[in-house]
Design a protein around this ligand. Structure first.
Ligand code: PEP
Length: 251
């Protein structure tokens, strides 16, 4: 008798639309939802459109396509002009929220403490927090990537591993067309896992670790097939159903 092959590990393929998309883009979400039904059962896809589209996107999403948000305010309500709370995102139909994306850390000066507070708010609202971390090119070149990642994890992670995902996104790979090698990703994800299990014990084993940064249909199989990779956070290639689904099929 031979052992049955191990089931493929669960993969989350999450798309970050950034500041792209109006009502016409809902056709892409509809196409993604239709195609998601035929993805292998270990793959879940998520789209994080601009906040203005979350409610409408959630109405056309179904099955293994879920809708998320790109940011959140840590406070539940108050005098925060232009901001949106976790409860509001959940009410609009989001089930997960990206926090600490490098563009927000850089452009909006978000600190690790800010990111942690947002992640806690997301979890408290019953959604999943995708906490982004990643080193800059200068930090990589200085050989301090691991120190930076551990410092970001120490400062940004919430107290609970429930409804938590970590996205390793080297800043130099986001939107650049550059990626680390699969071997480099495997090594850094192993180090992230060590941090997670030291922090959360066994629960740290269950936290998905995504890779993000210039994932495209033509490199997805290699990047997603790397050991210790549980999915991808995808920017530019998540804007069209054809590219995004091609990545999801590679998982
Ligand atoms: C991102 O914005 O999180 C991202 C990974 O972008 P891209 O895939 O375009 O590099």
């Amino acid at each position: 008798m031979t052992d049955s092959p191990a089931a493929p590990r669960p993969h989350l393929i999450a798309g970050n639309w950034k500041m792209h998309g109006t009502a016409t883009a809902l056709a892409e979400i509809e196409a993604m939802a239709a195609a998601a039904a035929s993805l292998p059962p270990h793959v879940t896809v998520a789209v994080c459109p601009p906040a203005t589209l979350i409610h409408r996107a959630a109405q056309v999403a179904r099955g293994r396509l879920v809708i998320g948000a790109q940011d959140v305010h840590a406070e539940p309500c108050g005098a925060f002009t232009g901001c949106v709370s976790a409860e509001m995102l959940q009410d609009a139909g989001a089930t997960l929220v990206i926090v600490g994306h490098s563009e927000r850390r850089t452009d909006c000066h978000e600190t690790d403490a800010d990111v942690r507070a947002k992640a806690i708010a997301v979890q408290a609202a019953g959604m999943t927090a995708i906490v982004c971390i990643g080193e800059t090119a200068a930090e990589r070149d200085a050989g301090t990537a691991l120190t930076v990642l551990n410092s970001q994890l120490d400062g940004s992670l919430p107290g609970s591993a429930e409804r938590l995902v970590v996205a390793y996104e080297p800043v130099w790979a986001v939107g650049s067309g550059l990626t680390p090698t699969p071997e480099q990703i495997t090594g850094l994800h192993a180090a992230i896992r060590t941090n997670l299990t030291a922090r959360y014990g066994d629960a740290g084993e269950r936290v998905a670790i995504l890779y993000g940064g210039s994932v495209k249909p033509d490199n997805a199989a290699a990047l997603l097939g790397a050991d210790n990779v549980s999915g991808a956070l995808v920017g530019g290639a998540s804007l069209t159903a054809a590219d995004f689904l091609a990545i999801a099929r590679a998982a």
